[in-house]
Design a protein around this ligand. Structure first.
Ligand code: AMP
Length: 287
């Protein structure tokens, strides 16, 4: 596996792969690999000939500088994991390579970036994500780019950017990888002490309570949300938001919606955690 530091190196690498007729996958990450990242890399390796994993902690998308400072940086271990899996190249650029002097362009996806995480973290968060992902698409020019369902809003926002800007890339979404007790894997879980680690299962418990309420026939979205919030309270966690939203628009659903995305965010001790559950309620009608 090669480690590439510059845009020029990536362009050369990709040009050779293309000349050899190889399809190209991009897996954008911020490193500190866990089994969620591994699932993305495995899917990419299965679908494409040449897999490029980017490892870049994008400072622009961190609202709180403390969060950026605390973000784990484990490139050496990450490279070993990627190499072992069979990844072809790691793109790990320095900040100056991604944001050279005079950098002045931002890609903003309107309304979708302003709700949920956008409302909590500020409108600049998804603008920073979209800008860096757009740059990565332009640098690597992948056939397929892989993203985790764990960051559901990120997928929705990037999908809209790709559509609106006619970017020639296919997006693949990989299901959320969880711990045995349901906690979604996240680099931020490492910040949880034992007591907070136990409380952190509240997010999954809330999502499952919402699922149970829907499958029991509750059709009032606000009542379903109340059931989820109550389950979280039982575990000692109050969510920042817990909502049933449309999986394409991210707007709150009304009663009777068939496709629903249940989204939750909560602070648990020192970590801010998010999780979600995409549901198709069609089977319920026939039960
Ligand atoms: P990150 O390094 O946290 O920016 O994540 C890189 C990619 O891995 C993103 O597309 C995430 O959605 C995805 N990812 C993170 N955690 C998980 C998880 N538990 N399951 C599946 N994908 C994940």
């Amino acid at each position: 596996m090669r480690t590439l530091r510059t845009v020029a190196e990536v362009r050369d690498h990709v040009a050779s792969a293309r000349a050899a007729g190889r399809s190209i996958a991009l897996v954008p990450t911020m490193g500190a690999f866990h089994d969620g990242h591994v699932a993305l890399m495995r899917d990419a390796l299965e679908r494409c000939d040449e897999v490029i994993v980017s490892l870049y902690v994008n400072p622009a998308q961190f609202g709180e500088s403390a969060d950026l400072a605390a973000y784990p940086r484990t490139e050496h271990e990450d490279a070993a994991i990627a190499r072992e899996l069979g990844v072809d190249a790691l793109f790990a650029p320095a900040d100056a390579e991604m944001y050279p002097d005079g950098f002045a362009t931002t890609v903003t996806v309107g309304r979708l970036s302003e709700v949920l995480e956008g409302a909590e973290r500020g409108p600049g968060h998804f603008a920073a994500v979209c800008t860096v992902v757009c740059k990565l698409f332009a640098i690597v020019a992948p056939d397929v780019a892989f993203f985790g369902q764990k960051d559901a809003q990120q997928v929705v926002v990037i999908r809209r950017m790709v559509r609106d800007l006619n970017l020639p890339v296919e997006l693949a979404t990989v299901p959320t990888v969880r711990e045995p007790d349901g906690l979604a894997l996240s680099s931020r879980n490492a910040r949880l002490g034992p007591a907070d680690r136990e409380r952190a299962t509240a997010l999954h418990a809330g999502l499952e309570a919402a699922r149970a309420a829907l499958y029991d026939g509750e059709r009032d979205p606000r009542a379903v949300e109340a059931a989820g919030i109550a389950a979280m309270a039982a575990a000692g966690v109050t969510p920042e938001y817990f909502s049933l939203v449309d999986p394409d628009t991210l707007e709150p659903v009304s009663a009777g919606a068939r496709r629903v995305l249940v989204v939750v965010a909560a602070r648990v001790g020192p970590a801010r955690l998010i999780d979600n559950l995409p549901l198709d309620l069609e089977p319920v009608a026939t039960r």
